[in-house]
Design a protein around this ligand. Structure first.
Ligand code: 13P
Length: 336
């Protein structure tokens, strides 16, 4: 695949007023989400839930692509249509999570490194055959006492760069996601410093590995105070710090940046994205690739009455897409 083709997929992923829905929870992670609302974690429940989301009417008005999990990309609708076909027909680009999750980084207690490079070339070929056009790899950076270490940042960014190069070789647009976790009592200033160091290391690694930025999307965490910090920054402060940090570290050649929600409430995730886009224009489109902030309201409702609330849950996920789509344009207004 040519760089022009990768570039056009990347641009479609961040088309104006559109973002990505992340429904790539591993079977362990979806178990946590299902447990919280009392849904059994069976393959059929996972399939039915992903069908509810992917088939939500009008979802593609504001959703450009969906990130799937290995099991999901092989599943079909109840009527027997492969999810990837259903997505293509409604104009949603299929994406796939390809990392194998964070593991303890030996020698650095409390820090994590994402694994999954072994055999990745072959797995990517398989995902392309199944219809994927982009991929995702998430690295996790933890803030704590004497953390993160530069070793943790570099090991994760090195893996992200190797993954991204393999994706482009296979004809997939890599989403590179170095998530700085919100866990902890650090203030927004610490988050800024860690995010800046992480993004600098990431773009240095991408350069060293000959990754073409024009065919790459960054999935970033916002610059925000830790969950347990007494002093929470307001919406404008988060937006200002995040944009400042990205401008200092992310080359303008990148086609777009999407954010993860990382444990923020639905409304805060939308408000932060909206505030960032209100102070634009920026060198890149700023959009969303939310998991929890797209899904949690719909999941909760569906769990209460799977048959009775099916349509309502679909409407709720479409509504979250609409609100985040507006925020990607800086045109969202909070409900009165
Ligand atoms: P959250 O928006 O729930 O953080 O998930 C996004 C994601 O895909 C993390 O990799």
């Amino acid at each position: 695949m040519s760089i022009e083709q990768l570039e056009s997929i990347a641009q479609a992923m961040v088309a104006p007023g559109k973002g990505i829905i992340a429904i790539d929870e591993s079977n362990n992670t979806i178990k946590k989400r299902f447990d919280a609302v009392g849904i059994p974690n069976s393959e059929e429940h996972r399939r039915a839930y992903r069908e509810l989301l992917l088939a939500a009417p009008a979802l593609s008005d504001h959703i450009s692509g969906a990130i799937l999990y290995d099991e999901t990309i092989r599943q079909s609708s109840r009527a027997g249509k492969p999810f990837t076909q259903l997505m293509r027909e409604s104009g949603i680009i299929p994406g796939i999570k390809v990392d194998k999750g964070p593991q303890p980084l030996a020698g650095f207690p409390g820090e994590l490194v994402t694994e999954g490079l072994d055999g990745l070339r072959e797995r990517l070929t398989d995902y392309v055959r199944l219809g994927a056009q982009f991929a995702k790899w998430r690295a996790v950076i933890t803030i704590g006492e004497d953390m993160p270490s530069s070793t943790c940042i570099e090991a994760n960014c090195h893996a992200l760069a190797r993954y991204a190069a393999l994706c482009q070789e296979a004809g997939l647009v890599p989403i590179v996601e170095p998530e700085v976790l919100m866990d902890g009592d650090h203030d927004i200033g610490i988050c800024y410093e860690v995010t800046e160091a992480t993004l600098r290391s990431l773009f240095a690694s991408l350069y060293e590995h000959n990754v073409m930025l024009e065919g790459t999307i960054l999935k970033a965490s916002m610059v925000i105070a830790g969950k347990d910090c007494d002093e929470q920054a307001d919406v404008e402060e988060v937006a200002e710090a995040t944009v400042r940090c990205l401008k200092a570290t992310v080359p303008a050649a990148l086609p777009g940046i999407v954010f993860l929600s990382g444990g923020q409430s639905d409304e805060m995730a939308t408000a932060h994205l909206n505030a960032m886009n209100q102070v634009g224009p920026h060198p890149w489109p700023l959009s969303f690739s939310y998991g929890r902030a797209m899904q949690q309201a719909a999941l909760k409702l569906w769990a209460q009455d799977m048959a009775g609330n099916y349509v309502k849950a679909q409407q709720i996920v479409a509504q979250r897409a609409r609100e985040n789509g507006l925020a990607a344009l800086g045109q969202w207004r909070p409900a009165a």
